[in-house]
Design a protein around this ligand. Structure first.
Ligand code: SF4
Ligand code: SF4
Length: 78
């Protein structure tokens, strides 16, 4: 992961209150906004923010989104 992307990932992990999220998954900049993950998410935890899709802090880490993404744009946070 290069420095620029890492900065982007850190920003995505911040919730509306500025606190760190508990989500174990992150949507990378490779996302093509097909919305398949949005449709599969059981609790609507994926939303568009600042022109890119992000996983918000309601994520229950079920892993369904990572399985359906056609281009492997959702990564598990180590
Ligand atoms: S891991 Fe599950 S709850 Fe979290 S964003 Fe993906 S589908 Fe939604
Ligand atoms: S399924 Fe993958 S490519 Fe499609 S919107 Fe979700 S993260 Fe982006």
């Amino acid at each position: 992961m290069d420095q620029e992307n890492f900065g982007s990932y850190k920003n995505q992990r911040k919730g509306n209150n500025g606190g760190l999220m508990l989500a174990k998954y992150i949507i990378t900049s490779e996302c093509i906004k097909c919305e398949i993950c949005v449709e599969i998410c059981p609790i609507a935890a994926i939303e568009e923010m600042d022109t890119q899709f992000v996983i918000n802090d309601t994520c229950i880490n079920c892993g369904k989104c990572i399985v359906v993404c056609p281009i492997d744009a959702i990564k598990k946070i180590p």
